[in-house]
Ligand binder design. Structure first.
Ligand code: MN
Length: 500
């Protein structure tokens, strides 16, 4: 995953009413602005200036080219002059990628003493961007509107967030998810419509019987395992029985073979996300929990018990957060901790939590796991560091996908000497009572994709681009308003298709 593989196009709206000189000036200003945006160092993806659009055919040409260009992940539009918006209709209707409408102006402050009609004919974004806003609204076109001066770092931050989300959306269009085994029997919330997911969110979900993975694990050589054990020794502390010479070291070697075999299998299939099942492990010596932890840290999406929607979301949020401090992980609401205003939820899983969120060096341990056919499993045991984060999920409501995003405060837990799993302890915002209540009212999963690096703005941009429902639970949430939002959304999504 390299952001340099992508670019965002910048198109300036103008027209020929004011003569060719005006367009030449518009072009020079736009060139300078795009140069400035790239030079700011605040944007993770390169911006490529694609010239002025002065007619319907020019607009259509640009958007058609953008659709067909694999490097282009989205288009930024800005109306330097008044650009009559009927000329944007066909191009916008054809356009299939993320759109950002930047409402800015070349000139920062009004030049009070010198401003004349020539200046006015050129610097018209105040009304030009409103004309463009109407047609995008009239077309019900999903887009992000960013308002701010083009040199302002707050403006850059909003564009940067949209860029990161646009890269993740492009990644999702090519995402293949491999499921080793179906959803855990009878579990409802992690299931859903995979056809609708491919239409709406882009990714493709395939099944692979575990028997297809077994030969990949068996083909791993002792030398390869030795090399990986050496890497583990550099990165983790070992429980004495798990270390070389210890009674349970063989389980670590078996887990290393699983990691190498699983990575090879996914590479061969071109998959970047996967799910496992503790009930489908024929031919495996243990549940691939440690391998899942290791692959998640490399950017593979993961969902336990066949949870392909969370696997996809973990991958998507990892892509969004490239290069940002933090880390993301698959997590599960494990156990409640009632403690007044500090009431919290312990997040963990049987094994599969990403060591990227660890507070300190993880410890490699081996323990028996009684569920299904899991067997005796290696795993990294650690506690997540403290800090603000976001927990997200996507559920299938039958007529739409609903994303739920909850800001959470990860706090310091007490030691868990008898529970050898990785965990995080958090207070959902605005507090345990409202946060957990809203999540459950919305039908949110017990599995979530968690990130220390992302904010609700990322999820807002993602939901806008993918055109799915978004419910945010944060410091401003009240149950009464949240329930009303859900009722309003029910009507909106019923009518939405009729409007388009
Ligand atoms: Mn689970």
């Amino acid at each position: 995953m390299n952001y340099n593989d992508f670019e965002v196009w910048f198109v300036t709206g103008a027209q020929l009413l004011y003569g060719g000189d005006a367009v030449v000036a518009v072009d020079a200003h736009s060139t300078e602005m795009v140069k400035g945006l790239n030079a700011s160092g605040n944007l993770p993806v390169n911006v490529v200036y694609k010239g002025t659009a002065n007619s319907a055919s020019e607009v259509s040409d640009i958007f058609r080219a953008a659709n067909g260009d694999t490097k282009c992940i989205g288009v930024i539009t800005w109306m330097h002059t008044f650009s009559p918006a009927k000329m944007w209709i066909h191009g916008l209707m054809d356009f299939k990628k993320p759109l950002l409408h930047l409402h800015t102006q070349y000139n920062e402050e009004i030049p009070w003493d010198t401003m004349d009609m020539d200046f006015m004919n050129l610097n018209q974004s105040a009304h030009g961007d409103r004309e463009f806003g109407f047609i995008t609204s009239r077309l019900r076109k999903p887009r992000k509107v960013v308002v701010g001066y083009w040199k302002d770092k707050n403006t850059h931050a909003k564009i940067a967030t949209w860029m990161r989300v646009s890269v993740a959306c492009a990644d999702a269009q090519n995402m293949r998810i491999i499921r080793f085994g179906d959803n855990m029997n009878n579990v409802a919330v992690t299931d859903g419509d995979k056809v609708e997911a491919e239409i709406r969110l882009g990714y493709h979900v395939d099944n692979a019987p575990i028997a297809k993975l077994v030969p990949f694990v068996e083909a791993v050589t002792e030398t390869e395992i030795d090399a990986l054990i050496a890497e583990y020794e550099r990165l983790y502390d070992f429980a004495p029985d798990a270390a070389k010479g210890g009674a349970n070291h063989q389980y670590v070697r078996d887990a290393a073979a699983q990691e190498i075999g699983l990575r090879r299998f996914l590479e061969e299939k071109g998959a970047v996300a996967f799910t496992t099942s503790f009930d489908e492990l024929e031919g495996m010596k243990q549940l691939m929990g440690f391998a899942s932890q290791r692959l998640m840290a490399e950017g593979y999406g993961f969902g336990a018990e066949g949870d392909w929607k969370t696997a996809a979301l973990v991958r998507t949020m990892w892509v969004m957060a490239q290069g940002l401090p933090g880390g993301c992980s698959f997590l599960e609401d494990y156990t409640l901790n009632f403690n007044g205003a500090k009431s919290s939820i312990l997040q963990a899983h049987m094994l599969e939590v990403n060591p990227e969120i660890a507070a300190k060096k993880p410890r490699l341990e081996v323990h028996y796991l009684g569920i299904g056919d899991s067997g005796t499993c290696a795993r990294l045991v650690f506690t997540a560091h403290e800090g603000a984060g976001i927990a997200c999920t996507i559920v299938d409501m039958g007529n739409r996908f609903r994303m739920i995003a909850n800001t959470v405060e990860v706090i310091k837990p007490k030691a868990l000497p008898k529970l050898p799993v990785a965990s995080a302890l958090w207070i959902p915002q605005p507090n345990f009572e409202v946060g957990a209540g809203a999540w459950i009212t919305a039908g949110g999963t017990h599995h979530s994709s968690f990130s220390f690096a992302l904010t609700t703005e990322f999820m807002e941009d993602y939901a806008e681009i993918a055109d799915i429902e978004l419910l945010v639970i944060d410091k401003d949430t009240t149950i009464r308003n949240f329930k009303q939002d859900i009722r309003n959304n029910e009507v909106y999504y019923m009518l939405n298709k009729a409007l388009r």
